[in-house]
Design a protein around this ligand. Sequence first.
Ligand SMILES: Nc1nc2c(ncn2[C@@H]2O[C@H](COP(=O)(O)OP(=O)(O)OP(=O)(O)O)[C@@H](O)[C@H]2O)c(=O)[nH]1
Ligand SMILES: [Mg+2]
Length: 245
Amino acid sequence: MTSKVDLVSVVIPTLNEAGTILNAINTIDKYVTYPKEIIVVDGNSKDGTLEIVKDTNKARLIVEPRRGYGLALRTGMKAAKGNVLIMVDADGTYEFKHIDRLVTRLLEKDADMVLATRMYDPNKAMGFLNFLGNKAITFTFDFFYSQFLSDTQSGFRAISREKYDSVKFKETDMPFATEMLIRFAREGYNMVEIPTTYKPRTYGQTKLRPFQSGIRIFSTIFRGFLDAKTFRVCYAHWKKNRFKR
Ligand SMILES: Nc1nc2c(ncn2[C@@H]2O[C@H](COP(=O)(O)OP(=O)(O)OP(=O)(O)O)[C@@H](O)[C@H]2O)c(=O)[nH]1
Ligand SMILES: [Mg+2]
C-alpha cells in the first residue's frame, strides 16, 4: 500500500452478539496501537447488543435494518473515515489482538488487502464441514482467478481504503467476502495472507447457512469470471507467477 496510516477504521457487523460485542470493542480499543475508530453496524439486534454498544463511548453505532452480512459491511465501510479498513466479526472467533499485524503488513509495498488465514491455526478450531466447504471454495477461486490464498472465507481483513473505493459491489450477504476478492483480482490488486488463530463461537447462533451460502458463493465465483477483463488480468497474473510457488 506504501502510504502511512492516518486512521484505521474497524468495522464490525453485529446481529445478536450481546455475549461478545463488549469484549470485542474493549480488546480492539486496548490492543490496536494505530489511530483508530470502531464502527459497529447492527442489524437491529433483539438481545441487547444495541444497548451495550450505545453504553460504551468507544464505538460508533450504525443501525442497518436491512438483512445481510455484506450490506452491513458495505454500510460500515461507507461511513468509515479511515484510510485503512478492517473487517472483523463480533463473535470473538477471530483474534482481535492481530489487527496491528494486519495493518503493518498492509503498509508493505506489495499488499492491497491482507487476509488473516485460519488454515495454520494450531487449535484447528474450524468445524469439519466449514473447513471442507472453505477448501473447495478456495481451491476453485484460486484456480479461476490465479491466486494463492488458503482461506478465502476469512472475515478478518485489512483493506486499502483507496483500493476498496475503486471497485463496485453488488452482493448483500455472505458472498460479499468472495466478491471483494474477485473485484480485487480483476484490478490486479495484491492480496496476501498472514496466519491467525481462531476460536469456536461461544455465544449465540451462527448466521451462516452453509449450503445456501456455499451455492451462492460458487455462483459468484463462476459469474465473476465471465468477464473479459478478469480473464485477461488473471491470465497475465498466472503467466507471471506460475513458477514462483
Ligand atoms: N448487521 C448485520 N450483521 C450480521 C448479519 N449477518 C451476520 N452478521 C454478523 O456478521 C458476523 C459474521 O456472521 P457469523 O454468524 O459469525 O458467520 P460466520 O463467521 O460465517 O459463522 P460462525 O462460524 O458462527 O462464526 C457476525 O458478527 C454476525 O453478527 C446481518 O444480516 N446484519
Ligand atoms: Mg463468525
